[in-house]
Design a protein around this ligand. Structure first.
Ligand SMILES: C[S@@+](CC[C@H](N)C(=O)[O-])C[C@H]1O[C@@H](n2cnc3c(N)ncnc32)[C@H](O)[C@@H]1O
Length: 316
């Protein structure tokens, strides 16, 4: 399907390729094939994030429910960027077993992955109240209605890590503005650790992460009449232990021109397209982010290796 030049996907891709340095927004990784590739990434040995957060939920599900339901009878569980809900299901199942009253509201930009999630939940937890919504995080913020029930917002995995510092601040401030006093944010942070462990997660030996990045070039070719030749690009992730930022690039191996929609973009040999960041955090960075966005940190759950932290924030 060729989208028009005025679709948001086309606008964002064309604008990104006009920037210096060139960039492509990673939120567009998630078409049907991208969703499947991300599910494959979550199963990789090198991708410690998913199994670590899963184990945090398994070990702390009682404490997590106590934090969410503290002082209220009913809450809304709103998940931004829910994906296939693989880890969230640990919590959903436990909350149901404990008779908690809540409605699960997964929000994701990918309609495909939301359908997969909805079907799976119907099958696995037929009594669960589910209200899925396909939307961009930033747009979904405006829809958080005034609800008589406590809102508990889940922002799991390394979703916050895909934002630059400025974007994270802006998003969390807007989220804080959209919430009511006493509402909670349950937010995942991938913590700074051995740089080799981090880099391997974004440069796996099977090349699945490479394929995940390259798939965006294919998507542009299919949907925006693009003419990228993926054999003329290298996938190159790097990790900077000073800043805690992992950045992924696709690097042009030769001087070339590529047309997308009806525009032509020139690449010098070894010019890079910035694809995605994945920010790693330490405690002072997390405290600063909470303070800057008006949240109070009221709890947290981590794993034995201190690889990952699920922090509980409250709007005062
Ligand atoms: C890295 S995956 C993480 C999925 C899940 N939260 C987890 O921890 O495994 C990111 C998910 O967020 C969604 N996503 C990415 N950018 C988004 C945006 N701007 N608005 C809404 N969803 C977005 C993607 O479609 C994908 O399902």
């Amino acid at each position: 399907m060729i989208e028009t030049k005025t679709s948001q996907f086309a606008i964002d891709v064309l604008n990104g390729l006009k920037e210096t340095p060139k960039r492509l927004p990673s939120k567009y990784f998630y078409d049907k094939k991208g969703d499947k590739l991300f599910q494959d990434i979550m199963k990789l040995d090198e991708y410690y994030l998913t199994r670590t957060e899963y184990s945090i939920f398994e070990s702390n599900k009682q404490g997590i429910l106590a934090a969410f339901s503290n002082g209220v009878n009913e809450f809304n569980l709103i998940e931004f960027g829910a994906g296939d809900g693989y880890k969230t299901k640990v919590l959903l199942r436990h909350f149901q077993e404990e008779g908690a009253h809540f409605t699960y509201m997964p929000i994701d930009i990918s309609g495909n992955v939301l359908r997969i999630l909805e079907e799976a939940l119907k099958d696995e937890m037929p009594d669960l109240h589910v209200q899925p919504k396909q939307n961009d995080y930033f747009k979904a913020l405006k829809d958080l209605q005034d609800s008589p029930n406590r809102n508990v917002v889940l922002f799991l995995g390394s979703n916050i890590g895909n934002f630059t510092g400025d974007q994270a601040n802006k998003f969390l401030k807007e989220l804080n503005d959209s919430l009511n006093p006493g509402d909670l944010l349950f937010i995942g942070f991938d913590l700074k650790k051995n740089p080799d462990v981090i880099l391997a997660a974004y440069n796996d030996s099977k090349g699945v992460t490479k394929e995940f990045n390259m798939n965006l070039l294919d998507r542009i070719n299919h949907e925006l009449d693009g003419h990228f030749d993926r054999s003329k690009f290298l996938h190159k992730p790097i990790y900077n232990p000073m800043t805690g930022t992992t950045s992924s690039f696709l690097v042009s191996t030769e001087k070339q021109s590529v047309s997308v929609v009806d525009e032509t973009f020139h690449f010098e040999a070894w010019e890079a397209i910035h694809m995605e960041i994945s920010q790693k955090y330490d405690q002072p960075m997390i405290e600063q982010l909470a303070a800057d966005s008006g949240f109070e940190i009221v709890g947290g759950f981590t794993d034995d290796k201190k690889y990952f932290l699920n922090s509980v924030w409250r709007k005062g």
